[in-house]
Design a protein around this ligand. Structure first.
Ligand SMILES: Cc1cc2nc3c(=O)[nH]c(=O)nc-3n(C[C@H](O)[C@H](O)[C@H](O)COP(=O)(O)OP(=O)(O)OC[C@H]3O[C@@H](n4cnc5c(N)ncnc54)[C@H](O)[C@@H]3O)c2cc1C
Length: 503
C-alpha cells in the first residue's frame, strides 16, 4: 500500500472518507469494492483514535439485554459471526464467566435467563454454548476469586479481536480495490460551491505541512469522537451531537484466569471486564463523561485506582498494585448525545446528512462496523448499493485458508513451524508476504526482542506494505509490542535499528 499524496489532488473522487478508524476504513473498503473511486484521509495513524483503544471484543452486548435492545444484540451477534468467518486469525471465540454474589443487583436467575436469551438471539450465529456454573465450576476457572457470598454464575461466549489490525485489514482491502488511502493527512475545512454544498476538503499532509484541495461528489465523515469538531468546521456554533465518555484499560502482568470475567463494580454498579490478553490480563473499562478535546484524552491516576480496587475486590487473593501494570490506554466512546448514566446510553449509531450534503456517521460499536458501513454506503451512494456483497461473504485482507501444509512452508522459508503459526495468527493467509521479505536475508528472520516471537521482517513489512510512518505506529498498531511485558525494554530501540538498517 503506497501513500501517494499527489494522487489525492489530481483526481475528483466519487467519495472522500474523513477518518481512518474502523468505520471510515470499512466504508472506504465497501465503496471501493463496489467500483467507486475513494480517498480515505486519516489525520493520525489508521485506528489511532478509538479503534485501537477498545476492550477488543466483538460482542453481542449481553448487558444491553436489560435495556431491551434486542435488535442491537441480534445484529451484533450476526456481525460477530461474520467477522469471525472473515478473519479467524484476528477474532477468537472466548468464554466469559459472570460470578454472582448474594446481594448483587442482578441475581443469579436473571443472569441465567440472560445467557439463555443471548444464545437464543444468536441462533445460527452462535459461537459457543452458555452454561450455568456452580461455585466449584467458578473456582476451578479462577482459584483466586472472592468466595464470600458467591452463589454461582454463568458462562457464555463472545469473541476477542485485534482492533487495530482488523481496521488495518479494511484499509488494505480498500487499497486493493483502488482507493487512495493516506494516514497523517488532516482535513482542515470543507470546500463549498455557490449553493453552499460541500464539493471537497482542504487538507494538510502532517508529515511535511503540504496543503491540498481534494474534490469528490460525496463526503462521509467518520471522525468518531472528533465528529463535533468536523460538524463545527462545516457550520460554526452547531449544536453538539456527541456525548463522549472516556474508557480506560490497564494491561496487568500475568494471566489471572484463562477465562474472561464480566464483573459488576461495587462502587457504581457498572460492568467491567478482566480478560486474558497476550499472556497477561486486560482490565477495563471505566465510563465517565468527557468534555475536553479528544486529542488530549489520557489515563488519570483515579481511573487506574478504580480498576485496581474493583479487580482486587473480586480477586482478593491477588495483591493488585500499580507496579505490575505493563501499560494503560484511554479512548473515547463516540456516543450519540443522550441524557442519564453514561454506561446506559445506547451504543446505537446515527447516520445523518446535513444541508451541505456532508454525511456524518456517529456512535455504534466496533462489533457492528460492517453493518454501519453498509448502511452508510447504501444511503449515500445508492447507485452502487446493488454491488455490495451479502454480509456473510465479507472478505478481509488475510481471509482464506492456506493450501499448503505449514510444515512444508516452514522448511521452504527456512524458519520454524512455530514462527509460521505465529505469523499466520497475525496476517492470516498473507503471512507468506512477510516471509518473502526475509528471503535471502537471514537477519530479517531474527527476533526483534526476547519478549515476543516478532521478527525483523515484520518491521519492514509494516513500513513498506502497511503504511506505518514511525516507531509508534509499529509498536502500538502493527506489531502491538507495546502491550507486552518486555523484560529488557529493548523493543523500541531494536525496531528503530531495523528501520535504519533497511531503508
Ligand atoms: C474504552 C472503549 C472500549 C470499547 N470497547 C468496545 C468493544 O470491546 N467492542 C465494541 O464493539 N466496541 C467497543 N468500543 C466502541 C468502538 O471502539 C468504537 O465504536 C469504534 O472504534 C469507533 O470507530 P470510529 O471509526 O467511529 O472512530 P475512531 O476510531 O475514533 O476513528 C475516527 C478517526 O478520525 C480521525 N480524524 C479526526 N479528525 C480528523 C480530521 N480532521 N481529518 C482526518 N481524520 C480525522 C481520528 O484521528 C480517528 O482516527 C469501545 C470504545 C471505547 C472508548
Amino acid at each position: 500500500m503506497i501513500r501517494d499524496i499527489s494522487r489525492l489532488s489530481k483526481n475528483k473522487f466519487d467519495l472522500i472518507v474523513v477518518g481512518g478508524g474502523i468505520n471510515g476504513a470499512a466504508i472506504a473498503n465497501l465503496a471501493a469494492s463496489c467500483g467507486a473511486s475513494v480517498a480515505l484521509l486519516e489525520k493520525g495513524d489508521f485506528a489511532g483514535g478509538t479503534s485501537s483503544k477498545s476492550t477488543k471484543l466483538l460482542h453481542g452486548g449481553i448487558r444491553y439485554l436489560e435495556n431491551f435492545e434486542f435488535d442491537l444484540v441480534h445484529e451484533s451477534l450476526r456481525e460477530r459471526f461474520i467477522q469471525w468467518q472473515a478473519a479467524p486469525y484476528l477474532v477468537k471465540p472466548m468464554p466469559f464467566v459472570i460470578p454472582v454474589y448474594k446481594n448483587d443487583k442482578r441475581p443469579l436467575w436473571m443472569m441465567q435467563l440472560g445467557v439463555w436469551l443471548y444464545d437464543l438471539l444468536g441462533g445460527k450465529y452462535r459461537i459457543g454454548h452458555h452454561r450455568f456454573l456452580s461455585v466449584a465450576d467458578i473456582t476451578s476457572r479462577a482459584p483466586a476469586i472472592n468466595l464470600d457470598g458467591l452463589v454461582g454464575g454463568v458462562e457464555y461466549f463472545d469473541a476477542q479481536m485485534d482492533d487495530a489490525r482488523l481496521c488495518l485489514e479494511n484499509v488494505l482491502m480498500a487499497d486493493l480495490h483502488g482507493a487512495a488511502a493516506a494516514n497523517y493527512v488532516e482535513v482542515e475545512s470543507f470546500i463549498k460551491d455557490n449553493n453552499k454544498r460541500a464539493v471537497g476538503v482542504k487538507a494538510r499532509d502532517r508529515l511535511n505541512g503540504q496543503q491540498m484541495d481534494i474534490f469528490a461528489s460525496k463526503i462521509i465523515v467518520t471522525a468518531g469522537p472528533w465528529s463535533d469538531e468536523l460538524i463545527e468546521k462545516d457550520r460554526p456554533r452547531s449544536v453538539k451531537r456527541l456525548r463522549p465518555t472516556k474508557g480506560v484499560h490497564i494491561v496487568y502482568r500475568g494471566e489471572i484466569s484463562s477465562s474472561a470475567f464480566l464483573l459488576q463494580s461495587r462502587q457504581d454498579k457498572r460492568i467491567f471486564f478482566v480478560i486474558p490478553f497476550k499472556g497477561n490480563t486486560l482490565i477495563g473499562t471505566t465510563d465517565t463523561d468527557y468534555h475536553q478535546s479528544p486529542d488530549s484524552v489520557k489515563v488519570e491516576e483515579a481511573d487506574v485506582q478504580y480498576l485496581l480496587q474493583e479487580a482486587g475486590r473480586v480477586f482478593p487473593n491477588i495483591n493488585f498494585n500499580a507496579s505490575k501494570i505493563i501499560t494503560t490506554f484511554a479512548g473515547l466512546r463516540p456516543l450519540v448525545a443522550d441524557k442519564g448514566d453514561p454506561s446506559r446510553i445506547s451504543r446505537k449509531h446515527d447516520i445523518e446528512t446535513n444541508s451541505s450534503g456532508i454525511c456524518f456517521v456517529m456512535g455504534g460499536k466496533y462489533t457492528t462496523y460492517r453493518a454501519i458501513a453498509e448502511e452508510a454506503v447504501r444511503k449515500e451512494m445508492p447507485s452502487i448499493a446493488s454491488r455490495i456483497p451479502y454480509g456473510e461473504k465479507y472478505v478481509l485482507y488475510g481471509s482464506g485458508g492456506c493450501n499448503e501444509e505449514l510444515k512444508i512452508l516452514s522448511q521452504r522459508y527456512g524458519v520454524s513451524l512455530d514462527l509460521v503459526r505465529y505469523l499466520q495468527g497475525i496476517y492470516g493467509s498473507r503471512f507468506g508476504d512477510v516471509l518473502n521479505i526475509a528471503q535471502g536475508n537471514d537477519l530479517l528472520k531474527e527476533k526483534i526482542c526476547s519478549c515476543s516471537s516478532a521478527i525483523a521482517a515484520q518491521v519492514v513489512y509494516a513500513r513498506d506494505v502497511e503504511m506505518a510512518q514511525n516507531v509508534d505506529d509499529i509498536m502500538e498498531r502493527r506489531l502491538e509490542l507495546s502491550y507486552l511485558d518486555c523484560p529488557t525494554g529493548n523493543c523500541r530501540r531494536a525496531t528503530e535499528e531495523i528501520l535504519r538498517a533497511h531503508p
